[in-house]
Write a protein that binds this ligand. Sequence first.
Ligand code: CA
Length: 473
Amino acid sequence: MPDSRPNILFIMSDDHAAHAMSCYGSRINQTPNLDRIANGGMRFDNCFCTNSICTPSRASILTGTYNHINNVTTLSTPMDNTLPTFPKLLQAEGYQTAIFGKWHLGTGPDHCPTGFDDWAVLPGQGLYHNPMFIFNGPDGGTSKVVKGYVTDIIADMSLDWLKQRDPDRPFMLMCHHKAPHRPWEPDEKHAHMYLNEDIPEPETLYDDYANRASAAAAAEMRVGVHMVATDLKTEYGYDLPEDELRKWAYQRYIKDYLRVVASIDDNVGRLLDYLDGEGLTDNTIVVYTSDQGFFLGDHGWYDKRFMYEESLRMPFILRYPREVAAGTQNDDMILNVDFAPMFLDLVGLPVPEHYQGRSFRPLLAGDTPDDWRDAMYYRYWMHKTHHNVYAHYGIRTLRYKLIYYYADALGQAGTIDETYEPEWELFDLQNDPYELNNVYQDPAYADVVKTLTDDLHRMQADVGDERYFKDET
Ligand code: CA
């Protein structure tokens, strides 16, 4: 008798912000195939990462733990592949498992994918055109160049694997796109989109970083200013005055970003069509998410890392017709550490006790437990490297965000060892949704500061993390 447990198709892109998806109300593009997932299921509007950068977020997703627990704190800390990830637990229970595309948790026997019947992954960040892949094999796999465009190739590999699977056993497939990661190289099919139009600018493109901690002005991720020829595909134009430079570079940047997103959307459509054609749609949990958010010119920036909203928020849409009503939406806070327990819960497996996330299966049915979280803990460890973003931790509640820039490398791998005086930021998201006005020193918020600081330290201790030694507020 066929196994009736649900299949899982987990599609994750790299650096795709929710505000570049039409199901999230994008003002700048259309994503009709991603919208099929949202329209057929539930859209989560407050899904957050616990560390807004690729490798650490991927480790949290797979292991259900925070980065100080799984030790994947920066881009230079590969994941120990003996950890009990959720694919491994599904595989042990008879699921067919595979991953294709971006892995970015290390290479070689100790860090290559485990818990998968088959896999083919990009080394490191991978290339957009004619990428090298590492294929499942002895001693960490074997490398080979694959001709073509990376987003198409990853979808092709996913489809080929689905077609050869045993139809009598459930599957869990991770389709991990490299796109739309920097340097945003479109394929020929989408290269001519948006040629004769201007893309609307975000409200904060010309942000001057006043009324913030010094970290915001110090960050080196300004559109145009900190971009290079491989980003903007031209050697010229960088000597414009800064506002003009941001205006010009934003158009070049965002058009390429949206072109590579369009390819993702097409290829998601191919996977959804396959499920429809095979009669698999009703019994397959389809998720589309990204490893973190991204600044799409917001605050004048590209990249991520900060605890600010555009970077903190992950898109998360889930379709599962057997259990989730079509066209629904949820405002509760869910986190990347919750994905693993949620999948195990949905297929009827126990969640390991050491997992730190919580299954949000009740939310899928429209039931928010009374004790569901009203705050989340965040920590960015990778001090200064690449974009000069200072290490920080903080708490986000339904209304406020308190951030502590401890600005110290703390000896973490892949950081730059220059330390600055710590600073605090408090934002009232209700009155200041774009986070332009730090009210930490405002006497009107003194009680809020006190309460949130206590909550931050309590939450930090609860998840087993440690305060920075100068944090004595
Ligand atoms: Ca990423």
